[in-house]
Design a binder for this molecule. Structure first.
Ligand code: NAP
Length: 242
């Protein structure tokens, strides 16, 4: 793939899928902004991996906090004229049966997994609209497409992201901005901690968990010039799970 310079912001890039996306985009020559919430040690490791291929910087920010996002993105826009790529990847799991779920559990999951999309995307989109170019990729989940017991709030947030992806894609297509979603199944990251890996593998036709790099390769393609005619789509990457 030819080098495609530009600035990319990846939320939740200190670990897991976000880190792999940051490295994949660095390989294509992008300056990568590595967002994280609390794990600075891990974020530094991502940045070092990014710098093996390109340039980058850290952005400590809780994407569920609207005031903090607004202030941080003002700073980003002061440093960089325009972000060409935004990957909304930050997410948390908070599994419990609906019958036990309290208002705060519900709100907390939605704030991080769905409200963050609004807080981060809106200011970035403003600049993309002016520049008439941009790539937005939202990381949703198989849970948002087919549902998953114990994940009512998480699935609601991820399904919400899919609806937002499809509608926003239609709003901004005229300005050459594409908006797509990627829906991973079970990917080997910290997020799967505590889940029975053996049982999960048995449910997956390809017989193994996915690798963060496999998700990252798909995201990198969607962010490339070659994907200019793809928008409003949801790509499942799940080893044949459904
Ligand atoms: P992970 O290994 O647990 O990493 C989560 C990342 O999100 C970390 O970088 C974390 O930062 C960041 N983060 C969490 N809350 C944040 C907040 N409020 N503000 C900023 N950053 C925040 O998770 P992962 O498996 O890579 O998941 C990445 C995305 O893929 C998530 O949206 C997840 O829902 C989705 N997904 C994952 C799987 C899977 O099987 N792994 C399947 C489907 C979908 P800190 O390191 O600072 O905490």
């Amino acid at each position: 793939m030819p080098s495609e310079p530009g600035v990319a912001l990846i939320t939740g890039a200190s670990r897991g899928i976000g880190r792999a996306i940051a490295v994949a985009l660095a390989r294509t020559g992008r300056h990568v902004i590595v967002n994280y919430r609390s794990r600075q040690d891990a974020a530094e490791e991502t940045l070092a991996a990014v710098r093996e291929h390109s340039t980058g910087e850290l952005l400590e920010l809780d994407v569920s906090n609207p005031e903090a996002v607004s202030a941080a993105l003002d700073g980003v826009h002061a440093r960089h004229e325009c972000l060409e790529i935004l990957v909304n990847n930050a997410g948390i799991r908070n599994d419990m049966l609906m019958i036990w779920m309290q208002q705060d559990d519900w709100r907390g999951t939605l704030q991080t997994n769905l409200d963050s999309f609004f807080h981060v995307t809106r200011p970035v989109l403003k600049q993309m609209l002016l520049k008439r170019r941009g790539r937005i990729v939202n990381i949703t989940s198989a849970a948002g497409e087919v549902g998953s017991p114990g994940q009512v709030s998480y699935s609601a947030a991820k399904a919400g992201l899919i609806g937002a992806t499809r509608s926003l894609a239609r709003e901004v297509a005229k300005r050459k901005i594409t908006v797509n979603a990627v829906a991973p199944g079970f990917i080997e990251t910290d997020m799967l901690e505590g889940l029975p890996a053996q049982e999960l593998r048995a449910r997956i036709p390809l017989g193994r968990l996915g690798k963060p790099e496999e998700v990252a390769a798909l995201v990198a393609f969607l962010c490339s010039e070659d994907a200019a005619y793809i928008t409003g789509q949801v790509y499942a990457i799940n080893g044949g799970l459904y």
